[in-house]
Design a protein around this ligand. Structure first.
Ligand code: NDP
Length: 462
């Protein structure tokens, strides 16, 4: 576009920003992207990928322990945290290079530095400023630590991935994705883990049976879960940290990790000064097409706080490119987004929980199966798999698919396709299972759970 340096200037080279810039360049746009940290963003540099590598590391403990039941004479080998972190860092460096190359080969100009809006078409990065017809904000989010006395002694997931030594004892605050994932990692690597949550159960918003079952399993693994408790101050000395709770307890550990949510990274960017409206927690307010209150400025990913998952940021980025550079206005679709928690055991879920489905659809049928995985019939490990289906009684459509157990994230990805296609319970039933697997249970569940609504109305006969 004559008059502007670029057709598109992207602020933030994480998942959403990199995808949008590459795809816009492929559509013929002249694109620049700026980044003040490492190209790759939260997911690649300090989130999903390094975390999953640590999850793999942690899982070896179960495998070594279980091997004896299968005839392997084994003792638990020594674990070297520093070697794990060094290998993980090497892989993250490699991926960082891959992302930089992806941008280069797409013809996107990478500008190092923090972007700040000067007006609706002008971005300042360091001493330089650039103009663009369209600007995309994709700055992501950052861990939030509640401002209590001593909060500076806490670490977040950012630092947890770079500790010099494996902590002997750790306190983890919060009961969401990051808290339960790191609890599993540290506990399996041999750290004494205490989780502290302000509610009665972990993982608000997930299926209740799964939340309860995960907590049971984590407790059986030796993780201490303290509920309905808050930390009011943290003190630190050479020995570690001491956290005072609102129930009057003092908890000591080497480290205290806060996993209490993330906030959009939108401060000091000149957003409000140029008219970009911010919403709750500083999230950029956008319309259904990811357009902000300034017509040529768009935003995708965690900085908009819609559904904070990497694949969703990628999807929003693709919809943005289709809308702005391919002439096909496309709204991101947030229905039936599958997601996983890489706890131990992991959770996979897609669609609605029972209570939400009941609110939206009225009567629903619930199918539930709980069993000991075949593998653990020999190991005796006190672990079970839980699966649930939520079905619309009126149409037979499957509205939700939830699983706690080995391979749940891999299994639920496939069922995500089925739900996206609007599969009915009859179609699930008509599908032949793969035997012997855990996944086959999803196509062989025949007995409905008693309807809790009917029980509530007629507690005597039900
Ligand atoms: P979550 O929103 O998942 O969980 C935050 C937890 O912290 C909740 O248990 C919440 O309690 C609690 N909490 C919030 N504020 C306070 C407070 N002031 N005091 C005490 N407890 C508090 O956030 P995470 O940090 O775990 O993860 C951030 C986001 O990153 C996730 O929402 C997810 O979108 C994404 N993510 C996705 C992953 C994946 O796909 N596997 C992995 C990791 C992160 P309450 O329930 O009461 O609100």
């Amino acid at each position: 576009m004559p008059g502007y340096d670029y057709d598109l200037f992207v602020i933030g080279a994480g998942s959403g920003g990199v995808r949008a810039s590459r795809m816009a360049a492929a559509a013929g746009a002249r694109v620049a992207i700026c980044e003040d940290s490492r190209v790759g963003g939260t997911c690649v540099i300090r989130g999903c990928i390094p975390k999953k590598l640590l999850v793999y590391a942690a899982h070896y403990r179960d495998d070594f322990e279980d091997a004896g039941a299968y005839g392997w004479e084994s003792r638990l080998p020594l674990f070297d945290w520093r070697r794990l972190i060094a290998n993980k860092d090497k892989e993250i460096d490699r991926l960082n290079g891959v992302y930089i190359n992806l941008l280069r080969s797409a013809g996107v100009e990478l500008i190092e530095g923090r972007g700040r809006l000067l007006d609706a078409h002008r971005v300042q990065v360091g001493e330089r400023s650039f103009t663009a017809e369209t600007i995309l904000i994709a700055t992501g989010s950052w861990p939030f630590v509640p401002p209590i006395p001593g909060a500076e002694h806490a670490i977040t997931s950012n630092e947890a991935l770079h500790l010099d030594d494996l902590p002997r004892r750790i306190i983890i605050v919060g009961g969401g994705y990051i808290a339960v994932e790191f609890a599993g990692i540290f506990a399996n690597l041999g750290t004494e883990v205490t989780i502290i949550i302000r509610r009665e159960e972990l993982l608000t918003g997930f299926d209740d049976d799964i939340r309860i079952a995960l907590a049971q399993t984590m407790r059986a693994q030796g993780i201490n879960i303290r509920v309905c408790e808050n930390i009011v101050r943290i003190d630190a000395d050479a020995a570690g940290v001491t956290a005072r709770t609102d129930t009057g307890h003092d908890l000591s550990a080497d480290k205290i990790l806060y996993a209490t949510g993330r906030l959009p990274l939108t401060q000091d960017m000149g957003l409000e000064e140029v008219g970009v409206r911010l919403g709750r927690g500083g999230a950029i307010a956008v319309d259904a097409f990811s357009r902000t209150s300034v017509p040529n400025i768009y935003a995708v990913g965690d900085c908009t706080d819609r559904m904070n998952l990497t694949p969703v940021a990628l999807h929003e980025a693709m919809c943005f490119v289709r809308t702005v550079f391919q002439g096909v206005p496309t709204e991101p679709d947030y229905e039936n987004v599958p997601t996983a928690v890489f706890s131990d055991p992991p959770i996979g879920t897609v669609g609605l929980t029972g209570p939400v489905a009941r609110e939206r659809f009225g009567k629903v049928d619930i199918y539930k199966s709980r069993f000991r995985p075949l593998k653990h019939t020999l190991t005796g490990r006190d672990e079970f798999t839980l699966m649930k289906l939520v079905v619309d009684s009126a149409t037979d459509r499957v509205l939700g698919c939830h699983m706690l157990g080995a391979d749940a994230p891999e299994i639920i990805q496939g069922f995500g396709v089925a739900l996206k296609c609007g599969a009915t319970k009859a179609q699930f039933d008509a599908t032949i299972g793969i035997h012997p697997t855990a996944a086959e249970e999803f196509v062989t569940m025949r007995t409905k759970e008693p309807d809790p609504e009917a029980q509530r109305l007629d507690p005597v006969s039900s």
